[in-house]
Design a protein around this ligand. Structure first.
Ligand code: HEC
Ligand code: HEC
Length: 198
């Protein structure tokens, strides 16, 4: 648990009124390390860093556990996650899952339109199922299938590439089977589409 005095130091830094805090739900600030890259869950330091805002708490907890146990590996996160004490995990997860996801602006509308087709209907000729089957019609995701709506396209393309190559393999064998059937251009299209979903 964060001490009362530390909470107020952080509040001061954020410029929030103590009164507003006292009437707000008791959600603690995340571990100070995480916002260095993930910010408030939306304004990430790089588009390669995922938005954590609005991801299901069960999904976030699983990813943290997977990084800790080496079931998912990334040179940056592998080092950082060692510095997150287990006792901080619930508050960090609660903070990010309760943030509201803000979408990115779509820059290439024709590309996004191609992506919409893949997202909603899949690609029959290549045996690609509709992404909506698992990630929900609006991309909002579930406890098991991560929210894609509003995620940075750069991050989405990178994950699809890693799932296809097997560099990421903590997906119950489900997502790799989808990603292995997508071409690079199709990954870019579907990533462009989901990045703009509210
Ligand atoms: C130096 C930058 C950096 C810091 C600091 C950082 N992260 Fe990350 N985070 C990343 C990167 C890069 C990825 C993407 C990893 C990959 O490609 O698999 C990531 C991915 C994640 C994911 C997976 C999200 C998803 O959609 O699957 C979670 C959860 C996460 N980070 C939580 C945390 C937490 C909690 C902290 C604080 C203890 C933290 N991160 C600190 C860079 C960072
Ligand atoms: C059969 C179910 C299923 C289908 C269909 C499916 N996915 Fe997934 N997806 C998953 C699972 C499972 C994971 C990983 C969950 C985990 O790591 O715990 C995942 C993860 C992802 C991720 C990583 C997100 C993150 O935050 O790191 C992306 C990106 C993704 N899927 C995109 C897609 C796209 C695009 C399609 C359609 C072409 C699609 N998925 C279709 C099940 C599915």
């Amino acid at each position: 648990m964060m001490t009362r005095s530390r909470k107020f130091v952080i509040l001061g830094a954020l410029g929030l009124a103590a009164g507003a805090f006292l009437s707000a739900p008791a959600i603690a600030d995340p571990n100070p390390l995480c916002p260095v890259c993930h910010a408030d869950g939306n304004a990430t330091a790089l588009p390669l860093y995922p938005k954590l805002a609005g991801l299901d708490p069960v999904y976030i907890t699983k990813q943290i556990d997977d990084f800790k146990a080496g079931r998912r590996s990334n040179p940056v996160m592998d080092e950082i996650i060692k510095q997150l004490p287990d006792s901080d995990i619930p508050a960090t997860v609660a903070y990010y899952s309760s943030q509201v996801r803000t979408p990115d602006e779509i820059t290439d509308k024709p590309l996004a339109a191609q992506g919409e087709q893949i997202f909603k209907h899949g690609i029959m000729a290549q045996g690609v199922p509709a992404c909506a089957n698992c990630h929900n019609d609006d991309g909002s995701g579930t406890f098991r299938y991560p929210r894609l709506a509003g995620q940075h396209s750069t991050y989405v393309i990178n994950q699809l590439t890693n799932l296809k190559s097997g560099d990421r393999h903590n997906d119950f064998g489900q997502m790799s089977r989808v990603a292995m059937r997508l071409t690079d251009d199709q990954m870019k299209a579907v990533a462009e589409y989901v990045s703009g979903l509210k």
